[in-house]
Design a protein around this ligand. Sequence first.
Ligand code: GLN
Length: 477
Amino acid sequence: MSATGPDARAIAAAVRAGERTAAEVLEEHLGRIAAREAELHAFNHLTEDAARAAAAAVDAAVAAGQDPGPLAGVPVALKDNLCTRGVPTTCSSRILEGWCPPYDATVVTRLAAAGAVAVGKTNLDEFAMGSSTENSAFGPTRNPHDTTRVPGGSSGGSAAAVAAGFAPLSLGSDTGGSIRQPAALCGVVGVKPTYGLVSRYGLVAFGSSLDQIGPFATTVADAALVCEVIGGHDPADSTSLPEAFPELTPHLADGVDGLRVGVIAEMMGEGISPDVAARVRSAAEALASAGAVVEEVSVPAVTHGLSAYYLVAPAEASSNLARYDGVRYGNRVDAPTAGEMMEATRTAGFGDEVKRRIMLGTYALSAGYYDAFYGKALKVRTLIREDFDRAYASHDVLLSPTSPTTAFPLGAKVDDPLTMYLNDVCTIPTNLAGHPAMSVPYGTGDDGLPVGVQVLAPARGEVAMFRTAAVLEGSLR
Ligand code: GLN
């Protein structure tokens, strides 16, 4: 149970036992949405009718003595860059406004197969480029804890939806921090799994070597359950690892006795708000009291993460976004020649930040500059992975702030891209390394707004990561 309502596991248990109907659960959540959505704008699109039909099907299954699955009757919100068959999928961009994919993303199929009930598509920074959800073509989302503040981004709608009790679960995507940072700013749990453990099939691509899908939840156990449901091999994604998602639920109560925890030195000083760093220190102390061996560790190359990311991610984005040309994808703006049509289509369809990334990426990849920019960024990426490997040789998990600050006011950074990019200093290195990391709410800053502590782990290190997160969550009770 949390302030936002019963958690997903409690709902599923009640629905499976026939104590509550999925229909009732859904109406309760739709009621919360009706009360606050106009103020928050967490959703681009609600799917109430389809949700009512899905809930009725869950109830019919229970009545027939069948088990609808581990997420029976649990409302979920989906980031609007996840393909949903016949349901608008816009990436919060004018260029895709009105587009309805002919298929579901693998994660969407798996959630439905587990009995979850999708309630709608959540707002994001256009094509997931941003850290505040202010880059949405359809207007910003607001932070449920303080509506003058941003919810973070790019999965701000998904984070706000869970924080506001619109759904106990949601999905986001994380290319450089887009699940963890909004989770931190909205006071919920957010997980970026190991690259390849969750299928990207049906996720609209931003930076394909960095993108991963993951959950938002109000509890660590709920987040673990979603990973188990959506994770594991998918032949439709060529980068999907040929294995199941590690089982997490049986290990959530294992504790951290003897676990070796390193606090990343480079993420505790300059640029990090002192009140946020103080929360990370108390988290480290809580782990030490629970029996973990905690010490500071240096991961020097992470200081170059931001520079490398803003070459690698835009480079991949410039290639991935080439398909929005008014022919293959994208709302066409007609013009006399094909070249002019494409230019008009892309000029009208993309917002400023997306254009900025395409230009950065095209430049970084262009002949004569490739080695100096893109090639060099790839080398830095390798150095970051190697420095993490060294740290993980003597530590099971690492700890840092998720975001350098708590939620900032709307409008505060939107005109200054570099300041906005700094939001992701602590989260980006993980994506470059392909590792898992998650944000766990850990109290509040001086302003009373949520602070998230980031738990990082090596590739496939989800079990140790979740054990640590569960201890942190428990230490606040
Ligand atoms: N804020 C980062 C960016 O704008 C990360 C975004 C993301 O993870 N999708 O690129």
